[in-house]
Design a protein around this ligand. Structure first.
Ligand SMILES: O=C(O)C(=O)C[C@H](O)[C@H](O)COP(=O)(O)O
Length: 204
């Protein structure tokens, strides 16, 4: 596939408690125009949700988020993840992600972390936690000495703040949980999720 960062302007980061919501939620996101879906491994339902979305939702590119240890990499890929995202970038985890054969975004928040991954040949990373670590101006500043690296900032970003990130040359897409609010998921309000996705899909 072309670069993960270029498939969609916004990557929904989803936390699924009830595996039964995974497929209709993913269908709503795809229908709204956001095919790249990051399912976090934070919940018990995460892996099975990835498995179901991969098997049943046409047009979706589903991956795993909250990948924290090498064992997560194996489980996520086995479930059908087409990409991997981590909040951080410990060396053993980056090794495992690099060996997985699927695209991956290790997490960084400092110039030293970016440089360590750059040294290994990586050019695409997650900037986390984006808003809390310094936001748009911080990322813009990182682009001065490290212009070859592109990011998917995630953490505290919402519809109103996404465009200022997307306007930076070193940002490919942004991630966020705002597309799939817990109350909409609990209520089975997939129309609301499709609407949020459609609003975000037009950004850029
Ligand atoms: O679970 C992960 O893999 C993470 O690294 C954290 C998430 O990307 C952020 O928690 C996004 O959440 P919001 O700030 O609500 O958009």
């Amino acid at each position: 596939m072309s670069s993960l960062l270029d498939l969609a302007p916004v990557v929904p980061v989803v936390v699924i408690d009830d595996v039964g919501t995974a497929v209709p939620m993913a269908r709503a996101l795809v229908a709204g125009g956001l095919p790249v879906i990051e399912v976090t491994l934070r919940t018990e339902a995460g892996l099975e949700s990835i498995r179901r979305i991969a098997a049943e939702v046409e047009g979706a590119v589903v991956g795993a988020g909250t990948v924290r240890r090498p064992a997560d990499v194996e489980a996520a890929v086995e479930a059908g993840s087409r990409f991997l995202v981590s909040p951080g970038s410990p060396a053993a985890l980056v090794d495992a992600m690099a060996e997985s054969g699927v695209p991956f975004l290790p997490g960084v928040a400092t110039a030293t972390e970016v440089m360590a991954l750059f040294e290994r040949g990586l050019r695409e990373m997650k900037f986390f936690p984006a808003e809390q670590a310094g936001g748009v101006n911080y990322l813009k500043a990182l682009g001065g000495p490290l212009p070859e690296v592109r990011f998917c900032p995630t953490g505290g970003i919402r519809l109103a703040t996404a465009p200022s990130y997307l306007a930076l040359p070193n940002v490919g897409c942004v991630g966020g949980t705002w597309l799939t609010p817990a109350d909409a998921l609990a209520a089975g309000d997939y129309a609301a999720i499709e609407k949020l996705a459609a609003e975000a899909a037009t950004l850029r």
